[in-house]
Design a protein around this ligand. Structure first.
Ligand SMILES: [Zn+2]
Length: 198
């Protein structure tokens, strides 16, 4: 506890601090560059908003549901770099298949999971209510789980269970969103590191 202002006698005579006459050259120090997570989150958010703008029929953020988030993830698969073998492919279940094949490239589960975490945080940072956050929707979690399981089979790569308490975070609101999201940012790094060697 420290006194913030001297509540004293010479109140009127005090030097005014609002004089902008001379020293306006002192600029505030430039803010530190955003972290990799923060800039990635901003990029993801812009991408999602662009997706909404181009959506047919038009879609606003307020009307966006978990189903739309899933649709967005499927749309992103065309830009994916992770080979996901079909059951008929000799590479199915092989982490390092010998022969090239025509199976599609998709978004790796870890990338999607991290993406949803970042967008979930961005949604609330941009004024969205936690209880209406489409990125925290149950259908989205179920979809991600299905992607994880099918990719684990197709790629022969077991995804270890990460230590995380996502379920409790979703109940307690926005304060925990950034913590949960920063956790999944790390996941993406790990997944990219092992996912792109084809
Ligand atoms: Zn294949």
């Amino acid at each position: 506890m420290e006194p913030s202002e001297p509540t004293g006698s010479a109140g009127e005579e005090g030097p005014s601090s609002t004089g902008v006459s001379g020293g306006s050259t002192a600029e505030p120090p430039a803010p530190p560059p955003p972290s990799r997570y923060e800039s990635q989150k901003r990029r993801d958010w812009n991408t999602f908003q662009q997706y909404l703008r181009n959506h047919k029929p038009p879609l606003t953020l307020a009307r966006c549901s978990g189903a739309h988030v899933i649709e967005f993830m499927k749309y992103l698969d065309q830009f994916g770099k992770t080979k996901v073998h079909g059951p008929g492919c000799p590479g199915f279940g092989q982490p390092n298949p010998l022969a090239p094949c025509a199976c599609p490239l998709k978004q790796a589960w870890g990338s999607l999971d991290a993406l949803v975490g970042r967008l979930r945080a961005a949604f609330e940072e941009n004024g969205g209510k936690p209880e209406s956050n489409p990125f925290g929707n149950k259908a989205v979690r179920i979809y991600l789980r299905e992607v994880r399981e099918s990719q684990a089979k197709a790629r022969g790569i077991p995804y270890e269970k990460k230590k995380r308490k996502r379920s409790s975070a979703s109940a307690s609101g926005s304060a925990s969103a950034s913590a949960a999201a920063s956790g999944s940012g790390g996941d993406e790094t790990a997944d990219n590191a092992r996912g792109d060697g084809i």
